[in-house]
Write a new protein. Structure first.
Length: 494
């Protein structure tokens, strides 16, 4: 019997043992493999070559309405780890005010594997650095002061078991890439233009994404050219105008003002001391007009190769595709089993019928919390980017964030972007620098006047979403089309 098989057998025995002692629910996540590699070239020099390899087991025990959690990287200490989790739960149960419940679920048996053509960890370091160096060389120009080329690869093998009899195997893989060029503008201020590896939502998620010219490798010349124009451009003037978000900026808008405020644990107040709360309440679902009728937002979206696709969450719930916002109306949240039961109990009615499969932990040594999956604005019927530009009298097109400020309850925001293109009388005109826009979340989404078709939709990848105490950094995806909002405050008042 292999070591992994022995660990799984011992996990099963300890789950039965702790359940027999009176626990209402027990689960364990065994990370037999968790590898991350990061490579960074800074002005052509190797700034970072970091690889982390870890493995371990995280155990949760629910005892009289309270969670206990413990983790170990030593398989020989597995029994003691279960005992610590159980003791932590017993101690917490003496203080709990709102008893939690996982409810009753049938056992789930299954597996999920991220589709990968070329495993990045089979590509030699020499070949990876040669590829990144080629990109860096393409970014070179006398006017460019700083260049950064970044790659990050992740691979995880996770085995899940719980006291309900569920057994799930997940083999997950992620690839992230970014290139940045920086130059001084006419006022001596630093400007930047960047490109992040994205997905079309189809296909595989291996090294082949990084080397794909459309998804990443073919954009260095464009980045360099747009930065040159940006450095010579005038600043955006203050005023109200239409704002057209390209996916590079639209994904952040969705992330901060739809994704985070719809995480149910935030709505219930669990993140107030760190990440903030939400303007959404339990009485908002089915009643709150979040945006115009052009706004429909889904969780997951059945995307093959996005970081928010994982098959089953860390409660053992199958990932499912469902609407959060339906033609502007708020209808659901990002939920996990215990949070659904607590919310329904607090509301005194069934607000949520079932878990949305959003319980996720960043590693074996962190407990699952409600996290974004793939949060997507569904494509609309307003045509291509050119069609949306043609319908715009006075506006700007913006791309890629450089700064963001968000209200603690996500009720308002202020974003700065890398670049703007002016739109006048249905035509794209000049480039403008230092673009910003701001608004109140609901007012902003209610001003949504155009949503691009599927040709404008792409999945932006995020590998640095922070939340929770202790902090957990999670990988997620956002599928977004080109979107237009009207009468938006843009630029900075002098």
């Amino acid at each position: 019997m292999t070591e992994a098989a022995e660990v799984k057998k011992e996990i099963s025995g300890n789950i039965s043992r702790i359940s027999g002692e009176g626990a209402a629910y027990v689960d364990a996540r065994y990370y037999s493999e968790d590898i991350s590699e990061t490579l960074v070239l800074y002005d052509g020099d190797l700034e970072a070559n970091d690889t982390t390899v870890q493995s371990g087991i995280g155990v949760r025990v629910l005892w009289e309405g309270a969670w206990g959690f413990a983790a170990t990287s030593d398989p020989a200490g597995l029994r003691a780890c279960f005992d610590r989790a159980a003791q932590n739960a017993r101690t917490a149960s003496e203080l709990v005010k709102e008893p939690l419940s996982m409810g009753k679920k049938d056992p789930v048996k299954g597996s999920y594997t991220t589709p990968v053509e070329v495993d990045p960890f089979t590509v030699s370091l020499q070949d990876k650095l040669a590829f990144l160096t080629r990109l860096d060389n393409q970014l070179k120009d006398e006017s460019i002061l700083k260049r950064i080329v970044y790659a990050n690869f992740m691979k995880r093998k996770i085995h899940f078991q719980n006291s309900e009899g569920s057994e799930i195997q997940k083999d997950l893989a992620h690839v992230f890439g970014m290139m940045i060029a920086m130059a001084l503008d006419s006022d001596g201020e630093m400007q930047r233009r960047s490109m992040n590896l994205y997905s079309t939502g189809d296909g595989t998620a291996g090294w082949e994404m990084m080397t794909n010219p459309d998804l990443f490798a073919g954009h260095a010349d464009r980045v360099k050219s747009e930065l040159s124009q940006l450095a010579a451009a005038p600043p955006l003037e203050f005023g109200r105008r239409s704002v057209i978000l390209l996916p590079g900026q639209g994904h952040l808008q969705v992330h901060e003002t739809i994704g985070h405020p719809l995480e149910l644990d935030r709505i219930l107040g669990y993140e107030l001391s760190y990440a903030g709360g939400s303007f959404v309440g339990l009485d908002s679902f089915g009643k709150l007009q979040y945006g115009s009728e052009k706004l429909s937002v889904s969780s997951y979206g059945d995307i093959d190769n996005a970081p928010g696709s994982f098959g089953f969450d860390d409660d053992g719930t199958p990932e499912r595709d469902y609407l959060l916002i339906d033609r502007g109306l708020l209808v659901n949240a990002l939920t996990s089993r215990a949070m659904v039961n607590e919310a329904n109990k607090k509301a005194g009615r069934e607000v949520f019928r079932q878990s949305g499969g959003a319980a996720r932990a960043t590693s074996f040594y962190r407990a699952p919390i409600d996290r974004m999956t793939n949060i997507n604005i569904l494509p609309g019927c307003d045509g291509t980017l050119d069609d949306i530009i043609a319908s715009t009298e006075d506006g700007i097109i913006v791309d890629n964030p450089v700064s963001w400020s968000i209200g603690s309850n996500r009720e308002h925001f202020h974003f700065g972007c890398e670049i703007a293109w002016e739109v006048k009388d249905g035509k794209r005109t000049r480039i403008l620098r230092n673009p910003t826009y701001q608004g109140h979340t609901l007012e902003f989404y209610r001003s949504l006047s155009a949503v691009g078709d599927s040709s404008t939709w792409r999945v932006e990848q995020v590998n640095n979403c922070g939340k929770g105490e202790p902090n957990q950094v999670m990988q997620i995806g956002h599928g977004v089309p080109v979107v237009k909002f009207d009468d938006v405050i843009t630029g900075e008042r002098k």
